[in-house]
Design a protein around this ligand. Structure first.
Ligand code: ZN
Length: 198
């Protein structure tokens, strides 16, 4: 499958989901048995936020064995997340990685509101804080809600770029034309996934 075909499956699935026409494919018992016999062959990888309002297979109207999902607060590419995505590229041959941010992201909001981070989530807060500072510099006059929105989008764009820089496996797959990375933004209220330009 090409990256374009993979992207089309995700786009079509999200249109079905957000317009109340979900088909819920690949969710029955026969799919379980098929996957157990044949192993997985997902058509895309998605790095999304862990937020429980962003259930990846549901919002793209897909089922078991379709999407290789990596989730972390703030949809950041830490060591484990990048390694997981590399596995999907190198061993499962996914043609597409989607970095999926979303509206009203708690991780981004907490950093914007200067909430004190405790424990290991500090590493996530520190990375988002860089994005927040940069966004503040470029877009200083946005209201609170629009500013959080802008920071979340910029966070997605930075992860798209960061993955390319940090991972040899991903960069080589991109250069060979075997992989594309897309940024996207999920609107919790409407259910619509918006595809972001670079
Ligand atoms: Zn979030």
């Amino acid at each position: 499958m090409t990256a374009q075909e993979s992207l089309s499956l995700l786009k079509d699935g999200n249109i079905r989901f957000s317009s109340g026409r979900a088909e819920r494919p690949h969710q029955d018992e026969s799919r379980r048995i098929f996957l157990d016999d044949n192993g997985q062959n997902p058509f895309s990888a998605v790095l999304s936020c862990s937020d429980s309002r962003v259930p990846v297979e549901i919002i793209f109207d897909r089922g078991k064995g379709d999407i290789f999902v990596v989730r972390t607060a703030g949809n950041l590419d830490g060591e484990g997340e990048t390694g997981s995505l590399e596995y999907a590229v190198e061993h499962l041959n996914v043609p597409l990685i989607v970095i999926l941010g979303h509206s009203n992201c708690g991780a981004v909001t907490a950093v914007v509101d200067h909430c004190e981070a405790h424990g290991r989530i500090k590493s996530i807060a520190c990375r988002i804080a860089v994005t927040v500072a940069e966004t503040e510099h470029v877009k200083p006059s946005l209201n609170h809600r629009d500013f959080i929105d802008a920071c979340s989008r910029e966070n997605v764009r930075k992860v798209v770029e960061h993955l390319r820089l940090e991972s040899d496996i991903i960069r080589e797959a991109l250069e060979k034309g075997n992989l594309k990375i897309a940024g996207a933004y999920y609107h919790i209220r409407s259910g619509v996934v918006e595809w972001l330009d670079r």
